[in-house]
Design a protein around this ligand. Structure first.
Ligand code: SAH
Length: 336
């Protein structure tokens, strides 16, 4: 197994069968070697630092009905909200004053509202010329992606969710098509966005072969960023009684991704920390290099409820940053 890990580290690639073995091995020393190798590469690229991104959950209005997601349109229990321009700018101001230089606007898929966000993005760009502006607003028409890009957005996160057509179809209603999602990812890249893809680990019906397919897709697509977190059930969804994904498998995937994509930005995700208290730093030690503290106003925070436990730590950004700092201190890391 060590030989495979060395090969992955050197060539940034492995045959599918070898990836499957890395995902499935019960050999603890091999898993340790995988994490150690990924951490070395990560420290070589980024030092003992993590990058922070200010997450602003812009809206929970969504036209889609993804079977796993708490803000799916069929969930009538959700109080829907969309942040106004001034609120978004206040969140950015708050984040900037605390030293965060990347703003991430995430929300449900709502094309008309996303288009109407262009003036806000333009104002963010004008107010913070040095900032990175990341959007994560789902599948939008070409013209809207282009408009938002011209308005000053420069990164876009669109998890592919699953590269396996069979699994994609089990997790999404028929009107959602994997081809469309992949076409959106290619468009975003063409438009000059730094582009992020990714998937959930341990989604219902997911097999190890599906994860191999995801890793193959990520290897071939070479995204700038990769968002991967465990599936966490939300009780008000059709998949609400399925078990959560595994923390240790998620960590293993961070390490494989780090060796495959040495310079990619890989967040240690909120979904991961919702499952295990020390998971945030475990993600960093496995090769992730980004954390995304939440700057969404507390007023609406509980309504952006993608999965259960997500808002367990509904604390103000300052407090969250302090906790992050303390956790990073313990592993002799700091944030930038
Ligand atoms: N509407 C945007 C943003 C989606 S929410 C889009 O379509 O890209 C961000 C991510 O949360 C999703 O891509 C999905 O992978 C993740 N997510 C949704 N429900 C989840 C759940 N129950 N458990 C874990 N992650 C979930």
């Amino acid at each position: 197994m060590h030989v495979l890990i060395d090969e992955l580290r050197e060539t940034h690639n492995l045959p599918d069968e070898a990836i499957r073995q890395l995902l499935e091995t019960g050999d603890g020393s091999a898993v340790q070697y995988l994490h150690d190798s990924a951490r070395e590469i990560s420290q070589g690229a980024f030092g003992r630092t993590v990058k922070l991104r200010a997450l602003i959950e812009w809206s929970n209005v969504c036209r889609n009905d993804c079977l796993y997601c708490g803000i799916r349109r069929s969930n009538t229990g959700v109080t829907r909200y969309t942040l106004a321009k001034d609120e978004i700018l206040a969140c950015c101001e708050h984040a900037w004053n605390l030293g965060l230089k990347t703003f991430v606007l995430q929300g449900g898929e709502n094309p008309a509202a996303a288009k109407a966000l262009a003036p806000t993005v333009a104002e963010m760009r004008a107010s913070w010329p040095e900032a990175a502006i990341t959007l994560s607003l789902g599948e939008l028409p070409y013209d809207t992606y282009a408009l938002l890009r011209r308005s000053g957005a420069n990164r876009y996160l669109l998890r592919h969710e699953s590269a396996s057509p069979r699994l994609y179809a089990r997790l999404h209603p028929a009107e959602m098509r994997l081809e469309n999602r992949l076409a959106c990812l290619r468009t975003l890249r063409e438009l000059g966005y730094e582009t992020g893809a990714g998937m959930m680990v341990g989604a219902p019906f997911q097999t190890v072969e599906d994860l191999v397919e995801d890793l193959r897709f990520l290897h071939d697509f070479q995204p700038d960023m990769v968002g991967v977190g465990p599936f966490v059930p939300h009780p008000d969804t059709p998949l609400g009684t399925s078990p959560a994904g595994s923390v240790s498998l998620t960590l293993r995937i961070y390490s494989i991704l780090r060796l495959m994509l040495p310079h990619a930005n890989i967040p240690s995700t909120t979904a991961l920390s919702s499952l295990r208290a020390d998971a945030r730093t475990a993600g960093i030690l496995a090769g992730a290099n980004v954390l995304m503290p939440n700057f969404t106003p507390l007023r609406v925070r509980a309504s952006y409820d993608l999965y259960s436990g997500k808002n367990a730590s509904g604390v103000e950004a300052e407090e969250n940053l302090q906790r992050i700092q303390q956790e990073l201190n313990k592993i002799q890391y700091s944030y930038v």
